[in-house]
Design a protein around this ligand. Structure first.
Ligand code: TYM
Length: 335
């Protein structure tokens, strides 16, 4: 990647499940749309996944497949640094330092920690608690200006800003304080069968995976929950009709149409027409991605090469920040 004065962007996704429409619309699509305007670092947050028990072979499979899917979504490895978090040791090295500059109370307030410790009550490990510190290290190592994420990660990016500001106030300007970049539409995609909760792999019926076949996608949209009243009218009302609002939001994000345009398009037509139309728009968007990803997933040597090159480029930048931090806190580094 050539040296430029472009602003820097960084983000990551855990390979804890197969990528879904929420990941795509809330995060990856925004990354791909900005590829030419920023210097970009995107990674697979595999270290984060083991805060919840993983099946090792599955984690390895998903870590490689996720890279193929990133590329298929438009993240060209020649233009973006794509890497696997565990292949860049500086992440865990900086995380330890930042642990000592993060308060217990701050971590206790994280909603994701509260949710996950309720969900995995038999495994509330220390990693689950300090997860946002590792995430802060992921970010601050690369000195990015922006962190494009979905709505649910905003609190973590804000904590990262607090940690950076605290560190900078003691040691001078060590870290760039990044801004979260949350898309106007798509930042929170809800489950198709549970529109009160975010789309997630844990409810597979209402979750559209990037690698789903067109028929599976069509079926999931046909079964999508609309609303409990009998109005049968495509109208945006998030409180009264969360299922319809979610489908409209998905359609808007994919087609670029505004909500009033969508209301006009489906005026006088019921959900029987609207739901398959949204499904078809999603099929059209995801089909080329799936085909390209399948092609790439068959070429393990190519993917390994991308990971190797990505880790090298990432480590170069990350180690520079780490050395600065080690020096600031007083670790002796020899002559
Ligand atoms: P993760 O892996 O849960 O999700 C990855 C990205 O997808 C977005 N997202 C959604 N957006 C809209 N609607 C949804 N239903 C939906 N579900 C997920 C998330 O907001 C996120 O942008 N902690 C992070 C991973 C991470 C990270 C980082 C991100 C680790 N280190 C450093 C940015 C920077 C996470 O668990 O995201």
């Amino acid at each position: 990647m050539e040296e430029t004065a472009k602003k820097r962007m960084l983000s990551g996704i855990q390979p804890s499940g197969d990528l879904h429409l929420g990941n795509y619309l809330g995060a990856i699509k925004n990354w791909a749309d900005r590829v030419n305007d920023y210097e970009c670092y995107y990674f697979m947050a595999d270290l984060h996944t083991i805060t919840v028990r993983q099946e090792p072979a599955e984690l390895r499979r998903r870590s490689l497949n996720q890279l193929a899917q990133y590329i298929a979504c438009g993240l060209d490895p020649e233009k973006n640094v794509l890497f696997l978090q565990s292949q860049v040791p500086a992440h865990t090295q900086l995380a330890w330092v930042l642990n000592c500059y993060t308060m217990f109370g701050e971590l206790s307030r994280m909603t994701q920690f509260k949710d996950k410790s309720a969900k995995y009550s038999n495994n509330i490990n220390a990693g689950l608690f300090t997860y946002p510190v590792l995430m802060a290290a992921d970010i601050l190592l690369y000195q990015p200006d922006y962190v494009p994420v979905g709505e649910d990660q905003k609190q973590h990016v804000e904590l990262c800003r607090d940690i950076a500001q605290r560190f900078n106030s003691i040691y001078g300007d060590v870290f760039t304080v990044p801004e979260p970049l949350i898309a106007k539409t798509g930042a929170r995609i809800y489950g198709l069968t549970t529109p009160e909760g975010k789309m997630s792999k844990s409810v597979p019926d209402g979750c559209v995976f990037l690698m789903d076949s067109p028929d599976d996608i069509r079926r999931k949209f046909k079964r999508a929950v609309t609303d409990s009243d009998t109005e049968n009218c495509v109208r945006y009302d998030k409180a009264a009709k969360p299922g319809v609002a979610n489908l409209m939001n998905i359609y808007a994000t994919i087609t670029g149409k505004s909500i009033p345009e969508i209301e006009a398009e489906f005026a006088g037509q019921g959900y029987g027409v609207f739901k398959p139309a949204v499904g078809e728009a999603v099929v059209e968007a995801l089909c080329p991605i799936r085909e390209e990803a399948e092609h790439l997933m068959a070429d393990k040597a190519y993917l390994d090469g991308v990971y190797r090159a990505g880790a090298e480029k990432a480590a170069y930048v990350a180690n520079k920040t780490l050395r600065k931090v080690y020096k600031k806190v007083g670790f002796y580094q020899g002559l």
